[in-house]
Design a protein around this ligand. Structure first.
Ligand SMILES: N[C@@H](CCC(=O)N[C@@H](CS)C(=O)NCC(=O)O)C(=O)O
Length: 222
């Protein structure tokens, strides 16, 4: 009995949920689902054919929730401590904005043109197109990193004085940037580079990163 997370561990959205669970010290099972070839039953619980989906087996059916943002919000209400959403209404809304930005703009700048090319294509036994990676790094990534560099400024965390869903949402996308063999250039984005390191050193992130690294390395080396 308990929680089941359906999804592949290298998905940034799956990791977002896992980091929330780790921060809250909640045990769960991970059921690996490949969203590109999902089993037919999966489509019943994920109409958009996306990972992650959470199942709370303590509840009667239907007991599944798709979408990382929906899942994280549910987890915050079910397990309120430690809080990962600010209590101040404006700060909470700011945190949700950064989560939205990470899930859309940051994900789009890193996912298709870099992580997909260098990791997922290899997993699918296709040849990565390095010209796509080069143009992604030249055109797509810099405006997003420039924005984050400004927003982080001299703050330890993106919102208020505590680690929040904003840092988890941004941090998880930057893990995929690193899995694709890149790190934010500390000369161009010194605050973002230091922030990334700080966030990834938290035990909640470290546990995921260390579990994923050998798998990603084996895919990239294939
Ligand atoms: N808004 C969704 C996005 C999830 C998402 O895009 N997941 C990707 C994997 S990283 C997926 O399942 N892609 C498969 C597809 O789009 O067919 C969330 O936050 O959970």
């Amino acid at each position: 009995m308990g929680l089941i997370v359906y999804g592949g561990s290298v998905s940034p959205f799956v990791r977002k949920v896992r980091v929330v669970l780790n921060e809250k010290g909640v045990k769960y099972d991970l059921d690996q689902v490949n969203p590109f070839a999902p089993p037919p039953e999966f489509l019943k619980i994920s109409p958009l054919k996306r990972i992650p989906v959470l199942r709370d087996t303590d509840l009667p059916q239907p007991n599944t929730l798709p979408d990382s943002s929906v899942i994280c919000d549910y987890l915050e209400h079910k397990y309120p401590a430690p809080a990962l959403y600010p209590s101040n209404p404006f700060e909470r809304a700011r945190a949700l904005w950064y989560e939205e930005y990470a899930d859309t703009s940051l994900a789009q700048s890193i996912g298709p043109g870099l992580f997909f090319e260098r990791v997922i294509k290899k997993l699918l036994r296709q040849k990565p197109d390095e010209s796509i990676c080069a143009s992604t790094l030249l055109d797509k990534v810099p405006p997003v990193f420039d924005y984050l560099e400004r927003e982080i400024g001299d703050r330890e965390f993106l919102v208020g004085k505590a680690f929040s869903i904003a840092d988890i949402a941004v941090g998880t996308m930057l893990v995929n940037f690193e899995h694709a063999g890149e790190t934010p250039d500390p000369k161009r984005w010194p605050k973002l580079a230091a922030y990334t390191k700080r966030v990834h050193e938290r035990p909640s992130f470290k546990a995921c990163i260390e579990e994923e690294r050998p798998f990603v390395a084996s895919i990239r080396a294939a």
